[in-house]
Write a protein that binds this ligand. Structure first.
Ligand SMILES: Nc1ccn([C@@H]2O[C@H](COP(=O)(O)OP(=O)(O)OP(=O)(O)O)[C@@H](O)[C@H]2O)c(=O)n1
Ligand SMILES: C[C@](O)(CO)[C@H](O)COP(=O)(O)O
Length: 230
């Protein structure tokens, strides 16, 4: 069977930590909004068949600020958490027949707008024949400290074998649906952790330090610089 690769971009957050007037995905950095940069990364990759964006049901910015790629669709089914938005999105893609259960879904944060094509292609290459799926991630580079109740150091945690998860996170639609249906969507922070709870070990594929998530206001300067290098 011919399986397709579908990017699913959750973009229904409010960006509370970023603290701008507009949700951060609609803030302009350089020439374009953050979400537009992200969509354009996937639109520029011929291995991606479709790009689906999940926005909030009451979003009033998307239609005004975003040019949807020719192979894109928008879904006003965002939920109260990132995982709920992803779950609603994949369910709608399957219900509408945009995705089949055997298609690969690449979930990618709208807020990671500096994803290099090299990293995206590495994930696609490594997961091509892997039914457990896989994610981009980077080995932890700093020394890790666990805090006590007074925010002093309780202990140093070994960083050996520890990775920081990035996105995209790629799974077959059927696996993603099964995994997300099985967890509390308010408690998980990425798709892989839901898949792990099924006893499945997704692959760790080396990510890229440029693939940062725009989270706080002071990330914007670095994102602006990285976008000039792409
Ligand atoms: N209910 C939610 C919450 C988040 N997201 C999306 O998930 C991605 C990663 O989330 P995050 O960076 O935490 O964004 P926000 O939730 O908007 O930020 P904050 O946690 O600071 O409020 C973002 O693209 C965001 O728009 C979403 O689709 N639905
Ligand atoms: C999915 C993620 O980007 C992997 O690092 C991250 O967990 C999202 O976290 P957030 O709290 O929703 O920003």
């Amino acid at each position: 069977m011919n399986t397709r690769r579908i990017a699913l971009i959750p973009a229904a957050g409010i960006g509370s930590r970023f603290g701008s007037e507009l949700p951060k995905q609609y803030v302009q950095i350089g020439e374009k909004t953050v979400l537009q940069h992200t969509l354009d990364v996937f639109a520029a990759n011929e291995r991606i068949d479709h790009i689906a964006v999940v926005i909030s049901p009451d979003d009033s910015y998307f239609d005004v600020l975003i040019n949807l790629p020719h192979n894109g669709s928008v879904h006003r089914v965002g939920g109260s958490s990132r995982a709920q938005s992803v779950f609603n999105g994949v369910n709608e893609l399957v219900d509408l027949g945009i995705a089949t259960l055997s298609d690969s879904i690449l979930v990618h944060d709208a807020a990671r707008c500096c994803l290099p094509q090299t990293a995206l292609n590495r994930l696609l290459d490594h997961t091509e024949h892997n039914y457990n799926g896989g994610i981009l991630a980077l080995p932890v580079a700093d020394t890790l400290k666990q805090q006590n109740a007074h925010q002093h150091i309780a202990r140093t945690v070994s960083r050996v074998g520890m990775w920081q998860a990035q996105t995209p996170q790629l799974f077959q639609a059927a696996l993603l649906q099964r995994a997300l249906a099985n967890v509390n969507l308010n408690h998980i922070t990425d798709e892989a952790s839901a898949v792990e709870q099924l006893g499945i070990s997704p692959m760790l594929v080396e990510g890229d330090s440029r693939n940062i998530k725009l989270t706080r206001a002071d990330d914007a300067a670095l994102v602006a610089f990285l976008l000039t290098q792409m």
